[in-house]
Design a protein around this ligand. Sequence first.
Ligand SMILES: [Zn+2]
Length: 280
Amino acid sequence: MPKLRGSDATRCRRTARAVLQECGLVVLPVDPEDICRKKGIHYSDETDLPAGYWGALVRENGEFVILVSASCPTAGNRRFSASHELGHYHLDGHLAALLSSGTHYSGPPHTATNPLELEANVFASELLMPEPLVRPIVDGTDIGLTSVRIIAERCETSLTSAAIRYAELAPDPVAIIVSHEGAVEFCSVSPSLWNYPGVARSKPQRGDDLVRGTAAYRLSRSPEQVSQVAEDSDEAGLEVWFPGCDPGGELVEESKGLGRYGRVLTVLSTVDLPDFEDWF
Ligand SMILES: [Zn+2]
């Protein structure tokens, strides 16, 4: 998944937190529809948008409207989509760049490559899962899929966006992978795992095949299990997932089918990895 520069991401997060503060929203879950009401933005989540789009921001006669597609797969996806459009509304330069025709359409977050779309996604993530409210959840729960599930429940987001947020905030070595039909779509790695020798240069990339023998691979072989949100788990050496790493570390793998979304979510975690300084 393409990433923003750190300073751009920080600016987007700061803007989202300022909106929460301005609207007096200090508890979870954050309701983007509530923000629309407070800002005088019209909102509808039962709209027929062109195929492939989840949301739209419209300016009509000086009034703003946020539209979310009725075909957005889940309530969590709808909330993220509304928050993404709120990002375009609030982030510097977005209205001027995107609304010259009066309407901007947005695709699902995992398809974003344009910097303005990435910025709106970072804004949406911080708006729905603000660090001051989510970090205590991460710090207070068991690592891995359990933590992702609790973030998704408390913030009312999709498991995927909760997992991405989890990888950003987890102090432990953690990675999340979303795959589709046996191929990696994206992988996010927590800061402590990213800094581990060999991880950064061998992180799974978009289009890579899932490693045979992993729980994610097994699930990907059965579309029926994926649609039934089945789960599978396993353990494997760090080098199985990150071939640039030396053997010695072990990762717990928890994988889960994402139902209608058709993807498999994989959470890799461990409480500890061998101290690499010992090797030199
Ligand atoms: Zn957009």
